[in-house]
Design a protein around this ligand. Sequence first.
Ligand code: GDP
Ligand code: ZN
Length: 281
Amino acid sequence: MRGSVKEKAEYELSPVVVGDDVKVIVEELPPSESELRSGVITEVLPRRTHFAKKKTTLKKEREQIIAANIDQMIIVASVKDPPFRMRLIDRFVITAHQGGMTPVVVINKIDLKHTVDIERAKEIYRSVDIQLIFTSAPSLHGIEELRAVLHDKESVFVGQSGAGKSSLLNAIQPGLKLRTGKISDKSGKGKHTTTVVELFPLEFGGFVVDTPGLRALGLAQLDKWSVDQFYSEIFEASHGCRFSDCRHKNEPDCAVKKAVKEGSIFPERYNSYMKIFDDID
Ligand code: GDP
Ligand code: ZN
């Protein structure tokens, strides 16, 4: 890195990350060493999207950008084992929006006996224009659809541990060797404790981002505004509440609760919204 790029590291945790578009000056080497191409990064171009995690340094909480310019976040959940939790999916959706990525929700393990109402879930996510894919890693159900989504895009897989991210990636491209980040010691960080991030090429076009530590996290800091943006139907209804600081819980004349009762807001959306606010509190 050229000095001017390095200097940014003083106040920014991630001056250059995987996925960055950069300008480089390639060093001229004698033909005998032409295999050893080296160069200097002179400039990092503006990031279109970013994937960040919270990092606590010296008691200060800062955001560390892990990867840049990733097109989409593939949010993997399962119908059971671990149990289906819409609020967790929705938190990832908000994180994707915050980073400028397109969220895609994948609900895995549909081969198991479960109680998730698939048609209902489709209806809810369709109402907010989010693509929803149902998959089963062993039967390969939905895998073609998932491949089509990944085609020629840069994607990051997130979701609860055990939901089936590694299994799905292996179904998509057998032998795709991601470091599955097996938790192998008590620190819970796995063997490779450094956060080395890599882009893995897909044979049909596209890349998947991988880093051991990234699998389980990916939930960015939430603030009221970014939550309201995702629950736009609730935000809009809230203008009709009697109190401008209505929390849509027990306040009188709450337009949001009225809309839920009348059926113009899905109760599942309302519950997910309320739980996310409980989490923030
Ligand atoms: P990850 O932590 O999200 O990467 O999850 P894994 O891919 O390691 O999967 C966790 C467990 O769920 C493993 O025992 C998998 O064999 C199992 N599993 C993954 N996908 C499916 C699926 O679609 N159906 C069933 N029945 N089991 C699955
Ligand atoms: Zn209200």
